[in-house]
Design a protein around this ligand. Structure first.
Ligand code: ZN
Length: 170
């Protein structure tokens, strides 16, 4: 079990557009496992590769309630092929400490991706799962949920965060 350090705003790796994964080799299998360990330890419901400093199109997700059997999902090169409806949910992010905000997203999405064995996989998400998929996929485009809130709210958080970092209590 390896828990990786999580990159936080405003680390520039979080703004990078991530690279396509061509083949799931042993290193990437290990990275996915480490990302799952990191996500469960945080605890969080999703984690994208740039959050651990890797600009790769890889996300891990588990939206199962904590008192149930875990259902980890590892997705390479995920892309949304269908989206519908609208839902507003108060989001947070392991890379955006001490902040949550309402974000508007699609209520249902269908995502196509490649699984750990390199096979094509289709995932349908509703509610929390749909929100989580959209949030994590945004990370692969270098986007944070901060980019989906009002500019005023975003700049207030930015100021607060930079002060926090200056004081050294990250
Ligand atoms: Zn996030």
């Amino acid at each position: 079990m390896a828990v990786l350090p999580i990159k936080t705003f405003p680390d520039p790796v979080l703004n990078r557009v991530c690279r396509q994964v061509n083949e799931v080799d042993d290193d990437l299998k290990q990275l996915s496992q480490d990302m799952l360990d990191t996500m469960y330890a945080a605890p969080g419901v999703g984690l994208a590769a740039p959050q651990v400093g890797r600009d790769l199109r890889l996300v891990v997700i588990d939206c199962t309630p904590r008192d149930q059997e875990p259902q980890p999902l590892v997705l390479f090169n995920p892309r949304i092929v269908e989206m519908e409806g609208q839902v507003i949910f108060e989001e947070g992010c392991l890379s955006v400490p001490d902040f949550t905000s309402d974000v508007t997203r699609a209520e249902r999405v269908v995502v196509k991706a490649m699984d750990l064995e390199g096979r094509p996989i289709t995932v349908e998400g509703n509610g929390l799962m749909a929100i989580c998929l959209q949030h994590e996929l945004d990370h692969l485009e270098g986007r944070l949920f901060l980019d989906r809130i009002s500019p005023l709210k975003r700049s207030l958080y930015k100021k607060r965060r930079l002060k926090q970092i200056k004081r050294g209590d990250e």
